[in-house]
Design a protein around this ligand. Sequence first.
Ligand code: ISE
Length: 332
Amino acid sequence: MSIGIGVIGAGVMGGDHARTIATAVGGAHLAAIADADQARAAAVASACGGVAVHGDGATLIADPAVDAVLVASPDATHAELVLACLAAGKPVLCEKPLAATAAEAEAILQAETQGGRRRVQVGFMRRFDPAYAAMRARFAAGEIGAAVLLHCLHHNASAPPWFDSAMVISNAAVHEIDVARWLLGQEVTSVSVFAPGDGGAAMRDRLLLVLRMSGGAVVDVGVFVNAGYGYDVRAELVGERGTLTRAPADPVVLRAGGRQGGDFAPDWRAHFAAAYQLQLQAWVRAIRTGEQTGASAWDGYAANLVAAAGIRALHANRPEPVTLPPRPALYR
Ligand code: ISE
């Protein structure tokens, strides 16, 4: 039986996920889409073959044609919707961040633990990106020895006008926070954030995060969400015996007019298209088998905790410790 997926949020990511589900995911179909802006939801629904449209998330979760829910609404609404999915017993894939605060994420952990099985997956889709996955597999195979440093860069062409300094960490750098934990298999123990040259502006773009990891590795992350030139994500893992670098995404090199180069994608949807599709396919498989392969609610919580420490570090201009409580049995 095909799994009916309901998508909450018909914005940039909701629209993209809806189209991927409708066209490129086996064993599932798009059953419904919800958005407070019903015209926007209707436009996505009709582009995806005319599925049901709801005006709010609660109605979509209650729709009997919806077996599983994808949450792609604004960050502040995530926790409430995930909790509603858990209460309804429906599996949920929630876009990152899992919650707006670590306390909200804790409430999700508690509700899921009470239910006794993992129903929440968090949309850290880079775990499914073929290049990151290959880096992780080769690191795990011992090709470069123990991890020493991880250098990351995360540039967006532009951010929406409502993006603020906290979101540079909680919405953008949160991907690298997850990559650092997942790639290295270590937890973050402290965060420092540097904001050079911000000229006292309220929006502090161009941040450098430095994460100290439990196994001794150090991770640096440069974030610049209004870089202008295109979407650019890089990572280089330095080990005791060599390095593993994520190659540039554009497979075509242009040579003309005495120059050599390639194109940047305008944003993450094109850059990470394969990762998004593979993530959705793995989620559908996990719903069938009960074997989760993506990021769990625990991973979402850990990322929330580190991001919150990063925001404190930015404002206080000093390193902030991160103390993760013991991992509950459900997430081991
Ligand atoms: C956006 O929400 C994403 O998830 C993208 O992957 C990330 O690169 C971007 O910075 C975020 O704003």
